[in-house]
Design a protein. Structure first.
Length: 175
């Protein structure tokens, strides 16, 4: 049997009836009870927190990518609305109350062997940040000072998008 990527890797038996699973069109099917199982991406929400021309990044306290710089955010809980999850995760990791001001897009990365679908917003934050949860340290960084040791590959694209928008916005304001 070929293992699909992600959470279904290594599955052999149906969790409902213990029947043997078969790979069928990119998912597992249980002929005994008719159940089907897909390895979908895990939904997450992340934010670009901007203040005074700088972005807030945090250092991870755990694997994967322990010690690397990360955008604040995290996994959505089952049934949780994405913006509710974004606000919850930002408060847990930074202590900040946030309001989403602009949709930046969807980015996909691997996280501990799973595909993660990160819904990404630019946010406005109130208060002073404090590192908590799985963040060891927080730092406000200008576009010219962004680190190369980011936790996940797509974050370079997110921050490049932010930097290009920030630079063009600054140029418009200077005119």
């Amino acid at each position: 049997m070929i293992d699909p990527m992600g959470i279904l890797g290594g599955w052999r038996y149906c969790p409902r009836c213990a029947g043997g699973l078969r790979l069928s069109d990119g998912h597992f099917h249980c002929p005994a009870c008719g159940s089907d199982y897909w390895a979908n991406s895990i939904p997450a929400a992340q934010a670009v927190v901007e203040r005074d021309g700088r972005v807030l990044l945090g250092r991870r306290t755990r694997e994967p990518r322990l010690g690397h710089w990360d955008l604040p955010g995290g996994f959505l809980e089952e049934g949780e609305a994405p913006l509710d999850g974004l606000r919850r995760e930002l408060y847990e990791e930074t202590g900040l109350a946030v309001v989403a001001t602009e949709w930046l897009g969807v980015f996909v990365d691997l996280y501990a062997g799973r595909s993660v679908l990160s819904l990404t917003w630019l946010v406005h934050a109130t208060g002073e940040p404090r590192a908590a949860d799985d963040i060891a340290d927080l730092s406000w960084l200008a576009a010219a000072d962004l680190p190369s040791e980011l936790a996940f590959p797509s974050q370079a694209s997110v921050l490049a998008l932010w930097a290009s928008r920030h630079t063009s916005r600054s140029r418009r304001l200077a005119r």
